[in-house]
Design a protein around this ligand. Structure first.
Ligand code: FAD
Length: 540
């Protein structure tokens, strides 16, 4: 392998001009030139001609995925990497020569090894420059209202990442503390030449990236890769989209370009032992946590393997029912993948590639799943990225805010406290059952989530309080909480985000209304209530 021209000089090149935020990558050093003109056709495969499933059990399924990667390219250097997935955040654009610490992937939103465009990009850079590669994750003792339930799921997944990294000669480092302190310190102490990070559209992770950009040594480039979305967020749209109908075509028309197979992350050939790898002290990680420990783990196993198992079961057992039964909480028809998506333990793109193999068998279900997991999910990222008020009424369309204000003084009867809601003490046995499921299992069926949130609007003193309670309960108990999908789901239910105005009524104004009778028409409410045991409680 040859060193790139740009780094063989041995000099530290400074940036020629400051890139605009979100600027497309142009330098040879970091992105490696005209990749998109490469002859590889891996990114051109039309999704629907993917071969039929050729596995019958889970082991074969895992093997099948590995074979897919291998048949795509032998490694990421041989692959036509889409430069549009990448943007340079720092002024520095060139990797200095002879940096013993090599390249660091600062892992955050996408906590997996394979099928991760950010890690692939980092490895591509390290291979090109013949440098070592390290993965670093910064663990903070408290994150918004995440509880022990969420931390255990996240840490469980990271333990698997550590093992996989070790097998690939990629040291994994768990740094305890905020990234703004730990990443620049790590870079200086280990003479790191370049940092690659992933992308999350929410406030706090964006502040982390911003702070690290400022705190890194001036000569170290920081590059960001959208490893979560299929169509990179900044490519899908440059503005806040109004609704699914306005973003759908922008995304779907680009799937031919971006919905590709992944090359494998390979055993890294450079720099064994360059940065001394110590086994992670997971006990110390747990000891430093300052989160709410009263909400403990649920039955879902964390990590990539468990996520693959969930995907396998969905494809082989539930997918056929998805289209017709996805609004029925008594039927097991959904993927249940959202916790693994949220923690980045499996790639949505991988799931779409596998689900699409069933297109001939279950066309309507495959299309419906793609609509949810691609269009709706990427629309949620779009909303949170372009609307700084994604979790407050300030972020609503003017018609929605107006209508909620017009009905601000409408009588709420009953009007519940947070404690009554949290303890499932309402008069509605369906709502209480959904709340009990949320607390006990860390999840709630997608259809009931809408009903649950809308009832909170009906039963609380103001729309502000309704949004606050809904986000709080969702984020505290749901394993997939604190996700763009969650903020948008709450804002859709209470504030009509991505929805339209409906017939005006008390409290809701023109915001879409849902009621118990409507649920009864859709599914067997009694069966659901029996399963989770919600009672009818009189207001004290
Ligand atoms: C009040 C409320 C709160 C919500 N909170 C969350 C949350 O905290 N985290 C979360 O991931 N989703 C949330 N959602 C969106 C949706 O309900 C969940 O994504 C879905 O229920 C997850 O279950 P699943 O993986 O079985 O979904 P499936 O139906 O199998 O769908 C597959 C994937 O598509 C995506 N998806 C499905 N429905 C939506 C949707 N309406 N909007 C955006 N993406 C969607 C998700 O990534 C999901 O995992 C919320 C919705 C509402 C109304």
């Amino acid at each position: 392998m040859k060193r790139s021209k740009a780094t063989s000089s041995g000099t530290v090149k400074q940036a020629k001009k400051k890139p605009k935020p979100g600027a497309k990558v142009e330098t040879k050093n970091i992105t490696g030139g005209n990749d998109e003109s490469s002859s590889s056709d891996a990114e051109q495969i039309p999704a629907k001609v993917l071969s039929k499933p050729n596995y019958t059990n889970f082991e074969q399924f895992l093997e099948h995925i590995e074979n897919q990667r291998r048949s795509c390219a032998s490694n990421v250097q041989e692959f036509s990497f889409k430069k549009k997935r990448v943007r340079i955040l720092s002024e520095a654009r060139d990797v200095k020569d002879k940096c013993t610490g090599g390249v660091v992937y600062w892992m955050s939103r996408d906590a997996r090894v394979q099928d991760n465009w950010a890690l692939l990009f980092a490895q591509r850079l390290a291979l090109k420059l013949e440098l070592p590669l390290n993965v670093v994750f910064c663990l903070v003792p408290k994150f918004l209202n995440a509880t022990l339930r969420h931390y255990k799921f996240m840490i469980g997944g990271l333990q698997e990442v550590e093992q996989q990294c070790r097998a690939l000669n990629i040291p994994f480092h768990l740094l305890l503390g905020p990234a703004v302190d730990r990443i620049p310190k790590f870079v200086r102490e280990h003479d790191v030449g370049a940092v690659v990070c992933d992308m999350a559209p929410l406030r706090v992770p964006r502040q982390w990236v911003e702070a690290v950009t400022q705190a890194l040594p001036a000569e170290v480039p920081l590059t960001q890769v959208d490893a979560h979305n299929i169509v990179p967020l900044w490519v899908a749209s440059e503005k806040q989209e109004y609704a699914a109908r306005t973003i759908r075509n922008k995304i779907n028309s680009k799937l031919g370009e971006f919905l590709s197979e992944f090359p494998p992350v390979i055993k890294h050939p450079y720099g064994k032992g360059c940065v001394k790898e110590r086994p992670v002290d997971w006990k110390a990680a747990y000891e430093m946590l300052e989160c709410d420990k009263s909400v403990d783990e649920v039955d879902s196993r964390p990590g990539y393997q468990a996520a693959c198992r969930q995907l396998f079961d969905f494809c082989t057992r539930r997918l056929g029912k998805f289209n017709e039964k996805r609004n029925d909480p008594t039927v097991d028809a959904l993927s249940g993948l959202s916790p693994w998506f949220h923690f980045g333990q499996i790639s949505v793109q991988r799931c779409i590639l596998e689900v699409q193999r069933y297109h001939t068998q279950h066309k309507a279900s495959v299309d419906a799943f793609c609509e949810e997991a691609i269009v709706r999910r990427e629309l949620a990222d779009n909303f949170c990225y372009y609307n700084e008020h994604y979790d407050s009424l300030k972020g609503l369309q003017s018609w929605a805010l107006q209508t909620l204000n017009d009905h601000r003084k409408d009588e709420r009867s009953p009007c519940y406290t947070l404690e009554e809601l949290e303890r499932a003490r309402t008069y509605d046995d369906l709502w209480n059952s959904a709340q009990l499921q949320l607390v006990k299992e860390g999840k709630m069926h997608g259809f009931l989530r809408m009903y649950w949130a809308k009832k909170i609007l009906e039963w609380t003193a103001s729309p502000e309080e309704a949004l606050e309670f809904t986000i709080l309960l969702n984020d505290k108990y749901s394993l997939d909480g604190r996700d763009p999908n969650g903020y948008v789901g709450c804002m859709w239910s209470i504030g009509g985000v991505h929805d339209q105005g409906w017939k005006e009524r008390s409290i809701f104004g023109k915001i879409r209304y849902m009621n118990y009778q409507g649920c009864k028409r859709k599914f067997d409410v009694t069966a659901y209530v029996m399963r989770y045991g919600g009672k009818v409680h009189k207001k004290q």
